[in-house]
Design a binder for this molecule. Structure first.
Ligand code: ATP
Ligand code: MG
Length: 301
C-alpha cells in the first residue's frame, strides 16, 4: 500500500484516541475493550494494517534521520501487564535500530534521588533525527509517587516545598518542559495503554500458570492492584493536566493486544507525517560533485 494511503488510514485509527486538550477529559469514557467495530475475525486485517504501518513508519523514519532536524519522543505509561513491552517491540520492529533509542525507567537510584526528578530522563532525550522511547518516564512522579508518598520522602526535596500544590506544580513543570522540547524540535507524544482490571487479572494468571511467563510474575505488581482506583484517578488527572496540542496523549484501548498495536503504530505515523518531513535539498554544486564522482567511479577498475 502507498505510504500516503497508509497515513490517511493511520489518522482514521488514531484520532479517536488522541487527547490534545485535557480540560474535559474523563477516563471512564474510554473503554479498554474498544476495537472500533473490528472483531477478532478481523485480526488478520489488523495484522496486515500493522505490517503496512510498520513499513510506512520505516520510510518516515528514514526521512526523519536524513533531515536531522526533528526528533520524536514516545512515552509509554500503563498499569502492569498492559502490554508496553509488546507494543514497543511490534511497532518498532521495522525501524532502523540506529535511529532509535529505548530507555526503561524503574525505581530511581541513589544518584537519581540526589537530583531533580527530570534529571535522569533529560540525559536520555533523543538526538535530532531519532525516535526516542521511554518505557515509563517522569510521569511516574505523578503516579506511583502520588499513590505511595514514601517515594516522595526519599527524594529529599526541602520540606517547605512539599505542599498540597505539589502535583499541580509537577503538571505545570511537565507542560513547560514538553513545550520547551517542542520549541527545540523534540516532539513528545504520550501513550497510556488502558487495560481493564479484569484483563490484567487474566494476564497475571497466565504469568502464574505458564512456565515461560513465570519470570514476569511479580508479587509487587499484585500489590499495586489494591490501589487500582487510585491509579485510575491519578492517570485521569495526569492526562487532564498534560495533554496539549503539541504533546498529546493517546488513550489506547489495551484489552486486545492486536488492536492496541495498530493504534500505537497509527499514532506514531500520524506524528511523523504531521512534521512534513523531507529529504535534505541537494544543491547544484553537490549534484555536480556527485556526477563527477560517479564518472570517476565508472572509469576506475
Ligand atoms: P512489566 O510490565 O514487565 O512489569 P515494568 O515497566 O512494570 O514492566 P518493572 O521492573 O516491573 O517494569 O517495574 C518498574 C517499577 O519502577 C514500577 O513499579 C514503577 O512504578 C517503578 N518506578 C518507575 N519510576 C519510578 C519513580 N520515579 N519512583 C518510584 N518508582 C518508580
Ligand atoms: Mg512491573
Amino acid at each position: 500500500m502507498k505510504t500516503k494511503k497508509v497515513i490517511e488510514n493511520a489518522r482514521r485509527y488514531s484520532r479517536p484516541f488522541r487527547i490534545t486538550d485535557g480540560s474535559k477529559f474523563k477516563l471512564r469514557k474510554f473503554d479498554p475493550g474498544e476495537t472500533l467495530g473490528l472483531s477478532s475475525e478481523d485480526k488478520p486485517r489488523a495484522k496486515e494494517a500493522l505490517e503496512n504501518g510498520v513499513q510506512a513508519l520505516a520510510e518516515l523514519q528514514d526521512v526523519l534521520y536524513a533531515q536531522d532536524n526533528w526528533a520524536i519522543l514516545l512515552i509509554f505509561q500503563a498499569m502492569d501487564a498492559a502490554g508496553k513491552d509488546g507494543a514497543i517491540k511490534h511497532v518498532m520492529s521495522g525501524v532502523n535500530p540506529q535511529g532509535c533509542q529505548v530507555y526503561s525507567f524503574k525505581a530511581p537510584s541513589t544518584e537519581d534521588l540526589d537530583h531533580d526528578y527530570l534529571w535522569r530522563c533529560m540525559k536520555c532525550l533523543p538526538n535530532r533525527g531519532h525516535i526516542g522511547i521511554f518505557n515509563r518516564s517522569y510521569y511516574e512522579e505523578t503516579l506511583v509517587v502520588r499513590i505511595h508518598p514514601e517515594f516522595l520522602a526519599k527524594h529529599k526535596v526541602p520540606t517547605s516545598l512539599v505542599t498540597k500544590k505539589i502535583w499541580d506544580e509537577r503538571f505545570q513543570d511537565i507542560r513547560n518542559f514538553e513545550r520547551y522540547l517542542y520549541r527545540n524540535g523534540i516532539v513528545v507524544v504520550k501513550f497510556f495503554l488502558h487495560v481493564s482490571e479484569e484483563e490484567q487479572k487474566k494476564r497475571f494468571l497466565a504469568r502464574a500458570d505458564a512456565p515461560d511467563k513465570n519470570w514476569k510474575f511479580s508479587a509487587s505488581d499484585m500489590a499495586e492492584r489494591n490501589y487500582w482506583d487510585d491509579y485510575q484517578a491519578a492517570y485521569e488527572d495526569m492526562i487532564r493536566n498534560t495533554a496539549t496540542k503539541h504533546s498529546p496523549w493517546y488513550v489506547v484501548p489495551a484489552d486486545n493486544k492486536w488492536f492496541s498495536r495498530v493504534i500505537v503504530a497509527a499514532a506514531v505515523i500520524e506524528t511523523l507525517a504531521g512534521l512534513n518531513l523531507a529529504y535534505p535539498h541537494v544543491d547544484e554544486e553537490k549534484l555536480a560533485e556527485i556526477a563527477k564522482a560517479k564518472k570517476a567511479l565508472l572509469n576506475s577498475k
